[in-house]
Design a protein around this ligand. Structure first.
Ligand code: NAI
Length: 509
């Protein structure tokens, strides 16, 4: 029998009336619970409730709620002046300052106030649920209930079990979050839980590409959006989150994993933090947001004519999309098989999808001087931009022919420096590898990892499903080549990926 959610009659106490606490209070009140809001800042709870009532009225005006439902939801919110007023709570969710001793102190005090069966949910993003629970007489009643900002809009809730958490408590929170209209996922209390761990390579690989001169921020952002299908590129996203916050999360995950190279912070971001260039909120970050400043345009190759001789080779997703797009554009080509993985020939250029080696290494190993690599796209038939890199010895006429071919197929082309794995492929391979390790270490299931990344950070596809689409062996090859290029443990391949390749089984359970 599946676990029941808390009944709507259960009093929900929310502690901390900041951005997250207010959002959680809104969700619980909308779901029918009487909600008590408490904050140590005088009037903070009352002010938050006043603005939540306005929020409910606005939802009613937009037709998302009836006027009666909005009125009733607003009336279910009560500000309380002291913790002692929370004695009848069946669930206490804490969204206060991110400090272990303060959170521990709060729960220790609450244990003397609430009933023995009251459940504690912490909204912490980065503190161990196990460590918070250590201060409790009954740590089994505590679990993470990690919402994403803004809580009323973001569907994901990570239900995080510490070492002492009772599974029944986690199951009740899971069922309750689902009853509140959210998509909960179970996670084990490990650094970053699911989302804040698996997302690290999105920033880290972007920062490495920038550090190694692959391209400028605007170009890399455009490639990640227009080829990778991500809503925002890594640099604009870090500017939005704030470098102080993003760098602190990276550092805390890196420290918590005992300085595992996988999570190594970036000197480029450290510089921004040191300079006070926190991003959008401070007027400067990777981009300049001050009045009058212009956003730089991505580097896009000038128009090149496509060569008369075009051959599309093999059966890869990229080749199929190229056939489709050239046909739609009325550009003539011939088809052939591919014995060495090439996906096209354009005049003298030979095009391959990156396998994690640089174009120059690949040219050296294959003897094909005019090697041109293209990056991964979420969907080659729909992408509007593609990144490309050419081998050091590639003739400029061959590069132009490759660019001309891709332009004829309707892509804007962003040439990158010859960096192993290019931008989208390298980032997606590392996201999938991190998700696979989280699954391998029992943090969550493969389905939960994918759902968490789609719903918590709006990825266009779960990284594990994406890896399966690319082909697990191809992802393994990209990582192995990156590892060989850099000689770093950072690119070590998750045992889960290896095992599933050998077993011939998909990653999803
Ligand atoms: P915030 O700074 O907007 O609000 C925190 C509120 O807690 C303030 O109103 C403060 O007066 C109150 N407060 C502090 N200590 C208190 C105490 N001992 N008792 C009662 N009230 C207290 O912070 P925000 O952004 O709402 O975050 C709160 C928590 O949620 C943190 O643990 C944070 O890590 C976590 N979180 C934040 C997310 C975000 O994107 N901002 C996302 C998910 C989790």
């Amino acid at each position: 029998m599946s676990t029941q959610p808390l009944s709507p009659q259960t009093v929900v106490a929310v502690i901390g009336a900041g951005a997250m606490g207010a959002g959680i209070a809104q969700v619980a009140a909308a779901a029918g619970h009487p909600v008590k809001l408490y904050d140590t800042r005088p009037d903070a709870a009352a002010q938050a409730i006043a603005s939540l009532r306005t929020q409910f009225d606005k939802l009613a005006a937009k037709g998302k709620l009836t006027a009666e439902a909005a009125q009733a939801a607003g009336a279910r919110l009560v500000a309380v002046a002291q913790l002692a007023d929370l004695a009848d709570a069946g669930l206490v969710v804490e969204a206060i300052v991110e400090s272990l001793p303060i959170k521990q102190g709060l729960y220790a005090e609450l244990e003397n106030i609430v009933a023995a069966d009251c459940i504690f949910g912490t909204n912490t993003s980065s503190i161990s649920v196990t460590a918070i629970g250590a201060a409790l007489q009954r740590p089994e009643r505590l679990a993470g209930l990690h919402f994403f900002n803004p809580a009323p809009l973001m569907a994901l809730v990570e239900v995080v079990s510490g070492l002492a958490t009772d599974r029944a408590v986690a199951d009740t929170l899971f069922a309750t979050a689902a009853a509140w209209g959210k998509t909960p996922v179970h996670a084990k209390s490990t650094p970053g839980f699911i989302v804040n761990r698996v997302a690290r390579p999105y920033y880290a690989e972007g920062l490495r590409l920038l550090a190694e001169g692959a391209a400028d921020c605007a170009t890399l952002d455009a490639v990640m959006r227009e080829a990778g299908g991500f809503r925002m590129g890594p640099f604009e996203l870090m500017d939005l989150i704030g470098h102080d916050v993003n760098f602190a999360v990276t550092r805390s995950v890196w420290n918590a994993f005992f300085n595992d190279q996988r999570f190594l912070p970036s000197l480029i971001q450290q510089e921004l933090v040191d300079a006070g260039f926190f991003g959008k909120k401070s007027g400067r970050g990777f981009y300049d947001y001050r009045a009058g400043a212009e956003m730089p345009a991505p580097a896009t190759a000038a128009a090149c004519t496509h060569p008369a001789a075009i051959t599309v080779c093999g059966d890869s997703a990229a080749a199929h999309a190229l056939v489709e797009r050239l046909t739609a554009a009325g550009v003539g080509f011939v088809r052939s098989t591919s014995s060495d993985g090439r996906m096209a020939q354009a005049g003298e250029a030979v095009l391959f999808v990156t396998d994690g080696r640089s174009a120059t290494q690949r040219a050296y190993e294959s003897g094909i001087a005019n090697t041109v690599l293209i990056d991964l796209a979420l969907d080659y038939s729909k992408a509007t931009r593609l990144a490309l890199a050419s081998a050091a010895g590639c003739a400029s006429a061959a590069v132009d022919a490759a660019v001309g071919l891709l332009q004829a197929a309707g892509f804007k082309v962003s040439p990158l420096a010859d960096i192993p794995g290019l931008a989208v492929m390298r980032t997606v391979a590392m996201l999938a590898n991190e998700a696979a390790d989280a699954v391998n270490q029992g943090v969550c299931s493969a389905t939960s990892a994918d759902a968490a990344m789609r719903l918590g950070v709006n990825y266009p596809q779960g990284p594990l499903a994406w890896a399966e689409k690319i082909g697990l062996s191809s992802v393994r090859d990209v990582l192995a080549h990156l590892g060989a290029s850099y000689g770093e443990d950072r690119y070590r391949i998750s045992p889960l990926i290896q095992r599933h390749i050998f077993a011939g089984k998909p990653l999803h359970d």
